[in-house]
Design a protein around this ligand. Structure first.
Ligand code: MG
Length: 461
């Protein structure tokens, strides 16, 4: 049974994501990852409940539990990575999902997200069940303080803290009342940056705004940056593995733009190298990275896929266009506070964020989605690929067709009965025109496919 999505197991607490499920997953995780498992949570109302059930499952199969409390996902990953005796980790979080959701994300002994093979073994054992150990072998639970501080300390040593401190910067930090409420304000203090915090209480109902750091959700941050005369705004999602930015004049910086700016900066810092991004990333990143002496490698969508490719192919930097930033020198996972610190260093060295954003080439990316039943997703890709077989088709994830002046990506959503269609070009009219053409082509093919499947099985109508 498939339980893990791109970012762990997700569901509404006490509905799909029950204590019973968490207990049974805990047993399977203990059997797969072994002896000593670190667990942590974000700020959600149901987090303690899910964590306790999962910890019981782990202990019942003989695993010892290290309870790190409420810390960002990358702080848990950092803790696991730095301790050979810790064999794995579990983060209780639903990241940016609404407050009624929660989730379980499993971490391998090296601090990276579990591989699909490890997840499949956990799912198999969930199905078959895992036997408990005898009473003498039951595991223990130990509360461990300081994982957040250790993470902050590690970031301070990974950047030029002296340079940042001398720049005299002021930032507004929007923690979304999530897992960054202690760590990112403390990081700012340690870097000598004046920080004004917004939504900085660990309130798991997310009263400030939904925990996805989209432009619509960050209107208060944009206003606050302008009103306080701050140099920039920083916002995290619920578990603080992502970060996005607002310029000093109150403009939201898209994830593609911050990927491009940080890519240029890291390549300069490293004297070149490889940058890894997904096929859904703007060509802006490639143009800017190549001009900075780097090369870009593309992967399927999903931060664990990017992180694994970076490690295998020695990428220096990578990420996703949703604010997920991965720094090879720090750790192979999305690293929200590290992204914030590196952006501060980039501003301290190269000047105001608004000016850096304005210095970049402009692209227009049109993002739309059409309804598509799950059982027709594969056939739709096949039919569109066939229709465009003479063109530059790339099947890394969905179908991407590259043109001299842009590209189109058609990708099935992994979680919803939808098909996403992205179209990009430097010329806005070309991007819009191609978007419309591919939407209408896909809708036409879908009509034919549904007609054909109704004819094949008339009873299912
Ligand atoms: Mg997240």
């Amino acid at each position: 049974m498939k339980m893990f999505g791109t970012n762990g197991i997700r569901g509404i607490a006490n509905e799909y994501l029950s204590c019973e499920l968490a207990l049974r997953i805990g047993r399977s995780v203990g059997a797969v990852l072994g002896g000593r498992i670190a667990v942590a949570t974000d700020t959600r109302v149901s987090s303690e409940m899910i964590k306790s059930a999962l910890a019981s499952g782990l202990m019942s199969v003989g695993s010892d539990v290290l309870d790190l409390g409420m810390v960002p996902t990358p702080a848990l990953q950092h803790f696991v990575k730095n301790r050979p005796e810790v064999t794995g980790g579990v983060m209780i979080t639903a990241s940016h999902n609404p407050p009624e959701f929660n989730g379980i994300k499993c971490i391998s002994g090296d601090g990276t997200e579990c591989t699909p093979e490890e997840e499949a073994r956990i799912e198999d054992l969930y199905e078959t069940g895992v036997g408990c150990v005898g009473w003498r072998e039951v595991g223990s639970v130990t509360r461990v303080e300081g994982a957040g501080d250790e993470y902050v300390e590690s970031i301070v040593s990974a950047v030029d803290a002296g340079l940042i401190g001398h720049a005299g910067l002021t930032v507004c930090v929007d923690c979304a009342n999530g897992a960054s409420v202690n760590t990112t304000p403390e990081l700012m203090r340690r870097l000598g940056v004046r920080a004004i915090t917004l939504n900085g209480n660990p309130q798991g109902e997310f009263p400030g705004h939904p925990s996805e750091p989209t432009e619509d959700n960050l209107s208060a941050l944009k206003r606050m940056v302008v009103d306080t005369g701050a140099d920039l705004g920083i916002a995290h999602d619920g578990d603080a593995d992502r970060c996005v930015f607002v310029t000093g004049d109150g403009r939201y910086v898209s994830g593609d733009v911050s990927l491009a700016l940080l890519s240029r900066y890291i390549l300069g810092r490293n004297g070149g190298g490889k940058v890894v991004v997904t096929v859904a990333t703007s060509s802006l990143v490639e143009e800017v990275s190549e001009a900075a002496g780097g090369e870009v490698q593309y992967t399927a969508v999903g931060s664990p896929i990017v992180a694994r490719a970076m490690r295998a192919d020695r990428g220096v930097f990578g990420g996703e266009e949703n604010g997920g930033l991965i720094f090879a020198d720090h750790q192979y996972c999305r690293d929200g506070a590290m992204g914030a610190a590196m952006m501060l260093e980039c501003i301290a060295r190269n000047g105001a964020l608004s000016e850096q954003v304005d210095s970049l080439p402009r692209y227009r990316t049109v993002k739309t989605a059409i309804a598509c039943p799950d059982d027709l997703k594969r056939k739709l890709i096949e039919s569109v690929s066939e229709a465009h077989s003479g063109e530059r088709c790339n099947l890394t994830d969905g179908l991407r067709i590259d043109y001299d002046d842009g590209w189109v990506l058609m990708r099935p959503s992994g979680t919803e009965p939808k098909f996403r269609i992205y179209s990009e070009s430097k010329d806005p009219e070309t991007a819009e025109r191609r978007s419309k053409e591919f939407v209408s082509e896909a809708e036409g093919i879908l009509r034919n496919l549904s007609r054909a499947s109704r004819t094949a099985s008339p009873s299912s109508a």
